[in-house]
Design a protein around this ligand. Structure first.
Ligand SMILES: [Fe+2]
Length: 208
């Protein structure tokens, strides 16, 4: 079964003014679509298991040499964007609560320190990549990856391991139309549209 572009649960203009409609539409219908198409092309006629994309990128060594690069880049792109759309919502959903808030306090020193660390990870990722909040061995951690790498790929590939529960795309295609070179402004705006209910549910699943 081919990977498909997921539908968004909100309109392209729903995250305005923080993320503009034109950026959202191009990002979803062009950029994400291209990653989905290319990972499907890479899998075509191969022995790649018909697996969940998260499982595939968690075990890149199982992918044939000839396809590994394409699966890393485009499978990563498909997985990353599929997560990204779900962890945003119009108007956001306030602040973390419950177990997630408690873990942010105990593992990361509180929400303000988490926000500073996450924003710094996003701002200092040179070139294209992603900032992440992950669950590592039951604890929260913040980091970033280059290109379309995902923490599921493991530390030796991505430089950080764990199960991502929040990710921020810092490729210029994610913000350039509205923010140009002002990546920190985009990162600050992102905090207004985080769907903390979804992040909490991913946290609960990752903790098991
Ligand atoms: Fe993107």
């Amino acid at each position: 079964m081919a990977y498909e572009l997921p539908k968004l649960s909100y309109g392209y203009d729903a995250l305005e003014p923080h993320i503009d409609a034109r950026t959202m539409e191009i990002h979803h219908t062009k950029h994400h679509q291209a990653y989905s198409t290319k990972v499907n092309d890479a899998r075509a006629g191969s022995a790649l298991a018909d697996s969940d994309i998260g499982a595939v990128i968690s075990d890149l060594n199982a992918v044939a040499d000839a396809q590994r690069g394409a699966v890393r880049n485009n499978g990563g792109g498909h997985a990353n964007h599929s997560l990204f759309w779900t962890i945003m919502a119009p108007g956001g959903s306030g602040a973390p609560s419950g177990d997630l808030a408690a873990a942010i306090d105990s593992d990361l020193g509180g929400f303000d320190k988490f926000q500073a660390a996450f924003s710094n990870a996003a701002a200092t990722r040179f070139g294209s990549g992603w900032a992440w909040l992950v669950v590592q061995n039951g604890k929260l951690a913040v980091g970033s990856t280059a290109n379309q790498d995902n923490p599921l790929m493991g530390e030796s590939v991505a430089g950080i391991c764990g199960t991502p529960i929040l990710g921020l795309d810092v490729w210029e295609h994610a913000y350039y139309l509205n923010y140009q070179n002002r990546r920190p402004d985009y990162v600050a705006a992102f905090f207004n549209v985080i769907n903390w209910d979804e992040v909490a549910s991913r946290f609960a699943a990752a903790k098991g």
